[in-house]
Write a protein that binds this ligand. Structure first.
Ligand SMILES: Cc1cc2nc3c(=O)[nH]c(=O)nc-3n(C[C@H](O)[C@H](O)[C@H](O)COP(=O)(O)O)c2cc1C
Ligand code: SF4
Length: 808
């Protein structure tokens, strides 16, 4: 028999075995069949679940292999660089000469110049100062998940010094600066990290000048502060590449125009050679100036300290020292206060903004908006100005009493009828519209009745664009001058005064009186604060900014009537104690206060008309005996003329106080015998209030008309046998100076003041006269016929373009 194809054996044992196997196989078969049935059962029951599981498993396996493949492909890519001194090695596949490759090649060429860094490395072990060849380490950084408030507690500033150098001068200075920064900042290690240095020729610009470097400090929020030290070359150097990079980055449409705005701040110092490139116009420090401008754009106006410039053949050491001190102060300020503070509109703009126009200074009797020959432009600018001129708040009628709001505080009549004594009020309460209007205009109100503001000339001088006429006439640099008043109240409502309608007025002091110390401290604080706001403005020079942090002169004018303040003598004495000279302007309406006034460096009275009728129309005085008051003031001035320098200020307004008035003015000069007569053209404010007062552009005299008037006045004085002459001019301010021949010595005008001599005389306790503090001769460029613009400054038009002065 065949069992599964095999023949059956004849033996019994084999037969039993085969039979047994057959039984077993049969039993197995039955079992298998039931097993398959069981599986099928299960499959039907769980097939959806099993299919889903299979799909998921397949996906997981696929992703695993794909990731591995991907990582292998990416490995040779350039890794993110650390903010240390070194280059990024490029992968082999990057055959094209990129910026980084070119820079790496330069590194090889310059490798023999590495010694200085070794010294630095010894001094600052945590500073990496040698370019490090070899592959770049990829370091991970922990993501800070703490809330922002908690993180700011660990905020630290990382100063980075960048330099560029061809012949080594800047390199040596940069290393010295690093050393000095280390010393100056070591006590502030909780907020400022150890400074690091980078040669611009070695770094990859993409690491520092596209976005700020990423911080590797765990648990700390690090902000970078860039200090750039740069020479200038009019030949091709690495700086051209750097400049091109800054420009490209700014213009790259794919990235933000200010991608470096995450920096804590930056500042640039330039080295140049004045022997070959004597002025900025001729290229002095041209590349540093350019870099400074691009950095302002890229950082979104984060200029923390003004651009410093030094001449390698003369003052670079000194200038660099000043810049360094200023930068350190700014840096610590940022570390302590968390930011650059208040910014100034216009900083960093491509075309330098001329915000000066909006807030030119006013002094009693003067409106300093000079460029009278551009009415249309001025009007347009004012229309667009975000800051309302105070005059705009006034009414439309010609009568001052009809000004709509806010109402002047005039106690002249109410005080006469009042029977119950009232506690004195604040002259300018914080909640008053006057306070709001003055603050909006840029005044800092001190206490209850004083104010301080920086004038357009201070800003102009900080930018090397010229000082006011007081520099040409008396040697006052505008960036050293503080303009303030201890009394915002006045007893006139002059038609050309741009703040009438909002200012408090009164014939006597009826307000609460603030102590002089408080006003003095408040004025200085307010002034310095406003100067500091200028540190980021394009064009502000570090050395001038530094100088401006010490006030040397005080113009007690601004708005209001300073002599009105009951403690004016104490206030002036405080100025003098700090060697701040004093120019006090009064409106010739307070003879009693004038008589008791002690020494000031220069004492002014505004003479706005030559006769009573004309004065009434132009000054609209509150006092009924205004003319007698003026005449009494002139008597007092005549008596004071041998104790201090006395000045008449004439503000000429066409149609009001010019025609047929020359003889009258000459008579007043004969009465007061002032040391000087300043003749100035009024400037049109171009607003509703001036128009309401009857003023239009037609009332603004041209400079030619001023000079003609001055010549006629001079002749009238001569006819009266008065010894005067035309000494100086400042055409830019429409201003001419007539001086007494007491100041004409050895055939030269000496209108400049010797300020140190003035303080010496004052401190001697002896009597002295104006001749005792007469300074050197008036500079040739300031004398009559020469225009009066300091040739060391750059005259620019409203767009910041150089302007050529036209002489008569
Ligand atoms: C070829 C050459 C061109 C220069 N061009 C200018 C220039 O355009 N403006 C400038 O202010 N100084 C210029 N300088 C002066 C250098 O900026 C100055 O000497 C500077 O200190 C050099 O710095 P460094 O030694 O770090 O390279 C030039 C100097 C040289 C040798
Ligand atoms: S004197 Fe001083 S405050 Fe007056 S305009 Fe000149 S700089 Fe400005």
């Amino acid at each position: 028999m065949e069992v599964f194809g095999r023949p059956a054996s004849g033996s019994k044992d084999r037969g039993i075995l085969i039979y047994g196997m057959w039984i077993a196989l049969l039993a197995d078969q039955i079992h298998l069949t039931s097993g398959i049935a069981f599986i099928l059962d299960q499959w039907h029951e769980y097939r959806y679940f099993l299919l889903l599981a299979a799909v998921l498993l397949g996906l997981a396996v696929f992703m695993h292999f794909d990731n591995r493949l991907r990582r292998e492909r990416l490995t040779p890519s350039p890794a993110a660089s650390t903010p240390e001194y070194g280059t990024v090695e490029k992968p082999g596949w990057l055959n094209e000469k990129s910026k980084s490759t070119i820079l790496a090649e330069r590194e090889d060429e310059r490798s023999e110049k590495a010694e200085p860094y070794e010294n630095v490395a010894m001094q600052f072990p945590n500073v990496s100062v040698r370019p490090r060849p070899g592959p770049k380490r990829v370091t991970g950084s922990k993501v800070d998940r703490k809330p922002k408030s908690e993180r700011s507690a660990h905020r630290r500033i990382q100063p980075l010094v960048f330099f560029s150098s061809l012949t080594g001068t800047t390199e040596i200075r940069a290393l010295a600066l690093l050393n000095e920064l280390h010393t100056l900042l070591k006590d502030h290690s909780s907020t400022v990290l150890e400074p690091q240095i980078h040669d611009l020729s070695y770094i990859d610009y993409d690491d520092f000048y596209v976005t700020p470097p990423k911080s590797h400090q765990i648990d700390q929020h690090v902000q970078y502060f860039y200090l750039l030290m740069l020479p200038s070359y009019n030949i091709d150097t690495t700086l051209d590449t750097f400049l091109a990079h800054l420009q490209e980055t700014h213009n790259d449409f794919r990235i933000d125009t200010a991608p470096l705005s995450g920096l804590a701040g930056y500042s640039v110092f330039g080295f140049g050679d004045k022997e070959g490139w004597s002025t900025e116009k001729e290229g002095f420090c041209s590349q540093a100036i350019e870099v400074d401008k691009w950095m302002a754009k890229l950082t979104g106006r984060k200029r923390a300290y003004p651009l410093g410039l030094g001449d390698v053949k003369s003052d670079s050491e000194r200038r660099l020292g000043e810049w360094r001190d200023g930068v350190v102060k700014a840096l610590l300020d940022i570390a302590a206060n968390g930011g650059l503070g208040e910014g100034v509109a216009g900083s960093g703009d491509a075309v330098e903004s001329e915000e000066e126009d909006a807030d030119e200074a006013a002094e009693p009797g003067t409106v300093l908006k000079v460029e009278a020959r551009r009415p249309a432009k001025r009007k347009r600018q004012q229309k667009n100005s975000p800051v309302d001129d105070l005059e705009d708040l006034g009414g439309k009628s010609g009568d001052a009493s009809e000004f709509r709001s806010p109402l002047p505080i005039d106690f002249t009549t109410s005080s006469l009828t009042s029977t119950t004594p009232q506690a004195p009020k604040a002259m300018v309460p914080v909640s008053s519209p006057t306070h709001a209007a003055l603050t909006k205009q840029g005044y800092t109100i001190i206490g209850t009745h004083s104010g301080v503001k920086i004038c357009r000339w201070t800003k102009s001088a900080l930018r090397g664009r010229g000082s006011c006429y007081k520099f040409s006439f008396y040697g006052i640099k505008s960036h050293l001058c503080m303009e303030t008043t201890p009394s915002l109240s006045c007893s006139n409502k002059c038609v050309f005064c741009w703040r009438h309608g909002t200012n408090p007025v009164g014939t006597t002091w009826r307000w609460q009186v603030d102590p002089p110390e408080m006003i003095f401290d408040g004025a200085k604080e307010g002034h310095y604060k406003k100067i500091k706001m200028m540190r980021g403005v394009p064009g502000v020079r570090a050395e001038r900014f530094q100088e401006a942090m010490k006030i040397r002169h005080c113009a007690l004018s601004l708005v209001g009537e300073p002599i009105f303040y009951p403690h004016i003598n104490e206030f002036v004495a405080m100025l003098h104690r700090e060697h701040i000279s004093s120019f006090l302007v009064c409106n010739a309406q307070h003879p009693d206060q004038l008589a008791t006034l002690k020494s000031v460096t220069q004492l002014y009275v505004s003479i706005d008309a030559s006769n009573a009728e004309s004065l009434r129309k132009i000054d609209r005085p509150l006092h009924r005996d205004y003319w007698q008051r003026l005449l009494r003031c002139l008597d007092i001035l005549r008596e004071k003329r041998f104790r201090m320098r006395t000045v008449f200020r004439l503000t000429l307004v066409k149609g009001f106080n010019i025609d047929d008035e020359v003889e009258g003015y000459a008579d007043l000069v004969a009465l007061g015998l002032p040391c000087f007569v300043e003749i100035k053209g009024v400037t049109y404010c171009g607003n509703s209030s001036s128009a309401g007062a009857g003023l239009t552009m037609q009332n603004v005299p041209f400079y030619d008309e001023i000079t003609t008037f001055v010549e006629v006045l001079n002749a009238a004085l001569e006819r009266r046998g008065l010894e005067y002459g035309i000494a100086a001019e400042h055409a830019h301010s429409c201003c001419v100076l007539v001086a007494s021949k007491r100041f004409y010595v050895e055939e030269k005008w000496h209108t400049i003041i010797d300020y140190e001599k003035f303080f010496e005389c004052l401190e001697s306790g002896k009597d002295f006269s104006p001749e005792d503090y007469m300074g050197p001769p008036t500079p040739e460029w300031a004398t009559w016929g020469n225009g009066g613009f300091d040739p060391a400054d750059e005259r620019v038009d409203r767009k910041g373009k150089p302007k050529v002065e036209k002489l008569r």
